[in-house]
Each structure stands twice: as C-alpha cells, then as structure tokens.
Design a protein around this ligand. Sequence first.
Ligand SMILES: [Zn+2]
Length: 211
Amino acid sequence: MIIVLFGKPGAGKGTQAPLLAAELNVPTLATGDVLRAAVRAGTALGLKAKACMDRGELVPDGIILGIVGEELSAPQYRRGAVLDGVVRTVAQAEGLQHMLAISGRKVDAVLAFDVENEEIVRRLSGRTVCERCQTPYTGRAVGSVCERCGGALVRRKDDEPDAVRTRLRVYDEQTAPVIDWYLQHGEPVAMIDAVGAVEDITRRALRALGR
Ligand SMILES: [Zn+2]
C-alpha cells in the first residue's frame, strides 16, 4: 500500500505520517531523510545530490526520485510505505508514477490534509526553536528558555507570518495542481479535515483509507 501524504507546510503531515504508518504496519519514507542517508552513505546518486547541494543548487527531481526509488526497493517497503514530502510538484507526481510502474506498483491513495491558510499562519507563528540545540517547541514565546539545554527560543525566519504567507502562495501555485493531476489520472484523493485533535485527524485519515 503506497500512500502519498499531501498538504500545506504546517498541515501536520509530519505528525500524522508515523501514526498512520504504525496503523497500516508499513514504514514511513520522508524525502529529506532518504536524501541525507544517501549522501551519508555516499551512493552514486547520493554523491550527485551532494554535488548539487555543495553548489547551493536544488537537487533535481530525477536524482531525488532515483534515491526514493532505491529506498523503496528495500525489503522493508515490500508491503508499502507512507510517503511524506515526496510529491510536491506535478513533475514529481509524474516521476513517482513512472518509477513505481517499473516495479509494477502504483500510488494507492493520496491523503490531502486540509487546513485554511490563516490557521497555518497561526500554527507556524506559534512555533519556536532553540537557537542552540534546535529543539522545536509549540506555544512557547520567543525568548523562553530551552528545557533541554537552557538556550533561548527563537522563531525561524521561515515561520514569520509574512514568510508563511509567501510559502503558502508557492504551495498554491506549485503544489495545489498536483491534486488536480492525481484526480485526472484517476487516483483516489481523499481530502482530510486536518483541524482538531491529532488522534481525530488520524482516525479521519484511516477512515478515508477504508480502515
Ligand atoms: Zn536547546
């Protein structure tokens, strides 16, 4: 069962991914994690990715999909995976479909976590991070003290309201068309109301998967 998680930054994909994976008894696969692992392991694609990053460039879709594909062919993904952050553009959706087809697989469901923009701005601006050890916090004011190391909490520039609105604009332009692409290709897309308690959202997602 290959599940694609989809949604705005701050919609809670990263929170839901491990919970859903545990319920479905498959691993999660997050692009950032497999990319870092491939770079660390020094695989052929990992070295290409590192060369891009060292030049300050984005890693091209083809390399990322190749790394995701190598990971997905490992035995622990035989029963499927919950993909977090793998598909952000139409090109990546097409690439993933193509790559899965080679091994006779396909995306079984797309779960789109739905949250209104102003709620996202509120959520992300309530997030702070320790400037020393990078521990993330929710609902702690800037300048509070980190429980772990005593460092000061700061808000990431990315999480300032204006920056969040810019990220949401990019999402709407680049990522929202992915939903249309999946619908046009007959993939089951489920919109999940992603406002409320974490366990309620997990339950809605599982219900959308027929669990
Ligand atoms: Zn700290």
